[in-house]
Design a protein. Structure first.
Length: 252
């Protein structure tokens, strides 16, 4: 899953032409799906209003779909998900797992589209204050299972789970969850892992800036592929696509 961020503080350009061109570069590098989002979810980020998110996301979704790309929409708002799917998006990636907007799960069920439910404890502005666990693996599994059951109970047939690395989690929590990928894949649904360029990788690499964390991201992709993860969400696709091929070649 290649990331197409349409936000001023994103790693990709926020202009329509540049965002679409970036999406096509990701596809050429081996992405199977493009994930388009218009609201930053980095720790401490303030929310954008609905109108601004729609203005950022929908033209990019429509342009990519019109040229034949498979697109998911990264949003916590049912209204944005509805508009993006009307523009041709084929999946909804909701970092809140349906907790931010009570209309999200019924909407996705009515659209009969695949849905990614991430582990989430609150919006970016204060989420790191909620990074408190007695047993991060057990608690993430329990809370993620609840979102799985809510999505299935709402009538969504295709549910993907995401442990939410970096969301209300510190570096130790993230590494512990990565060690527990076999347990997470045991929740009975496909698993999405999003570690790309995140701060815990920078901390491991002595403060290396985000754009220089792609090799470490590809290493996470190897671990994910070995654990049977359904997909990884990455900024730089080529190395991760190669990593998946290597793991497949040595896996019986």
């Amino acid at each position: 899953m290649g990331i197409v961020n349409v936000t001023p503080d994103s790693f990709s350009d926020a202009h329509l032409h540049d965002a679409v061109a970036h999406g096509w570069r990701l596809l050429a590098d081996g992405a199977d799906l493009l994930d388009v989002g218009g609201e930053s979810t980095r720790p401490g980020a303030a929310r954008v209003d609905e109108a601004e998110e729609l203005a950022r996301v929908i033209p990019v979704v429509r342009a990519l779909v019109d040229e034949g790309a498979a697109v998911s929409v990264d949003t916590t708002r049912a209204s944005v998900a509805a508009a993006a799917c009307a523009a041709g998006a084929i999946m909804v990636n909701d970092v809140s797992g349906g907790l931010a907007d009570p209309e999200m799960l019924p909407l996705v069920a009515a659209l009969d589209l695949p849905y990614v439910a991430m582990h989430w404890r609150g919006h970016s502005a204060d989420m790191q204050s909620r990074a408190v666990y007695d047993d991060v693996v057990a608690e993430v599994c329990d809370e993620l299972s609840a979102r799985r059951d809510a999505a299935l109970g709402a009538g969504i047939r295709d549910v993907v789970l995401d442990p939410g690395l970096g969301f209300a989690k510190n570096a130790d929590h993230n590494w512990t969850l990565l060690r527990a990928l076999p347990q997470l894949t045991g929740l009975g649904r496909p698993l999405l892992v999003g570690a790309s360029r995140k701060a815990f990788l920078g901390a491991l690499l002595d403060g290396r800036p985000a754009a220089d964390r792609d090799a470490a991201t590809a290493a996470i992709t190897v671990l994910a592929a070995q654990a049977g993860v359904w997909a990884v969400r990455v900024h730089e696709v080529a190395a991760s696509a190669d990593a998946v091929r290597v793991v497949a070649a040595v896996t019986p």
